[in-house]
Design a protein around this ligand. Structure first.
Ligand SMILES: C[S@@+](CC[C@H](N)C(=O)[O-])C[C@H]1O[C@@H](n2cnc3c(N)ncnc32)[C@H](O)[C@@H]1O
Length: 257
């Protein structure tokens, strides 16, 4: 029975490869991908517990400044104003959120790393933002704990990881604010060996189905990382998650050698 099923599937696949339906149905690729991701996103929303400490779902009004209320809440509930942390921001631009985090934590052992091309988005983001938009000069910050890494993540992160200090046991706050699917998935994948239970991951444009949400879905499925929502504003546009499960020994690979 199983053999027959496998043979039928193989035959069907071969017929599809021969016909190449993309030639006449190719126009459906983008809308069907978008629709599929919308369904996954709304499924994810339906699964979120109502007792999350900070969540404005459902609201008709989007107020971008609410993200600072979310940060305040996360800092207060997790004692992050005094604990030593590693704050890693992917997508800095003019440094608005980066500066907020530097100012919110007083521990001298904390470190703040900001990654950006500072020459804008490396590719178009949907229909609304073109490649090169959001460029900004490297922010000026008078705090020796802060460090910016200029360049494409895909060029700078490997060296940073090899030479740098993410091996510490400090709680990490990983802020994904690069908007794009590719950048978000790349950043999370590269940093995954350093992620520990209790670390916090923030997203700034989470409810965009084809971008940060899709990157989150693929990342958590691929790396067997589990997270729990701990705060959200603007109908899950900005969210905070705590890491609840990582594959065993992933950090040890780096710390024990
Ligand atoms: C929305 S802005 C960041 C906003 C900032 N965090 C704030 O508080 O307003 C997104 C930034 O991500 C950067 N970015 C996106 N993909 C990148 C990549 N692959 N490498 C480097 N920078 C990237 C862009 O240059 C852009 O400045």
């Amino acid at each position: 029975m199983k053999n027959l099923l496998l043979k039928s599937i193989a035959l069907l696949k071969n017929v599809i490869f021969l016909i190449r339906p993309n030639l006449f149905l190719g126009f459906l690729r983008s809308p069907s991908l978008f629709f599929s991701n919308v369904l996954s996103l709304t499924k994810w929303i339906s699964e979120q517990s109502k007792d999350v400490i900070f969540n404005d779902y459902f609201t008709f009004k989007r107020d971008y400044l609410k993200r600072y209320k979310l940060y305040e809440n996360i800092v207060a509930k997790n004692n992050l104003s005094t604990e030593a942390i590693d704050y890693i921001e992917f997508g800095v631009s003019d440094g608005s959120s980066f500066k907020w985090w530097v100012n919110s934590n007083s521990n001298p052992s904390s470190k703040f790393y900001g990654f950006d091309t500072f020459e804008g988005l490396p590719e178009d983001w949907g229909f609304t933002y073109d490649k090169g938009e959001m460029s900004a000069p490297i922010p000026k910050i008078n705090d020796l704990r802060a460090e910016f890494v200029k360049g494409l993540f895909q060029k700078t992160v490997p060296d940073f990881i090899t030479n740098h200090k993410l091996k510490s046991e400090k709680k990490k706050i990983i802020h994904c604010d690069a908007d794009l699917f590719s950048s978000t998935l790349y950043a999370l994948s590269m940093i995954s060996p350093f992620i520990q239970v209790g670390d916090i991951i923030l997203f700034d444009e989470f409810n965009v189905p084809n971008h940060e949400f899709l990157a989150y879905e693929i990342f958590t499925r691929t790396f067997y990382v589990k997270t729990k929502l701990i705060g959200a504003v603007n109908n899950y546009y900005q969210v905070a998650m705590v890491v609840t499960e990582v594959p065993k020994n992933s950090l040890n690979l780096f710390t024990l050698s």
